[in-house]
Write a protein that binds this ligand. Structure first.
Ligand SMILES: [Zn+2]
Length: 86
């Protein structure tokens, strides 16, 4: 059986330990009893959707093809020095 890990504290759930499962779409998240009693609401489980510009259009990176995603990973951010006044 797959090892169950608490979503909040990262602790491994023991065989005889109580836990709370949360089903979100096809994903199942687990909270140990202590974390569930502290906060019964499942938080921070959604993946962040990142948008960026590709060939002139702003699109979610998840919809890009493999080559464009590799190019996005190679991009470097830099800060352009702003003029002191307009
Ligand atoms: Zn926990």
């Amino acid at each position: 059986m797959e090892k169950l890990i608490c979503h909040d504290c990262g602790k491994a759930i023991q065989n005889d330990e109580e836990y709370m499962p949360y089903k979100v779409g096809s994903e199942i998240y687990i909270k140990c009893k202590a974390c569930h009693q502290t906060d019964p609401v499942l938080r921070n489980f959604r993946k962040t959707e990142v948008y960026s510009r590709v060939v002139g259009y702003i699109r979610p990176i998840q919809q890009w093809n493999k080559g464009k995603r590799a190019e996005f990973a190679d991009r470097k951010e830099f800060i352009v020095n702003q003029p002191a006044c307009c």
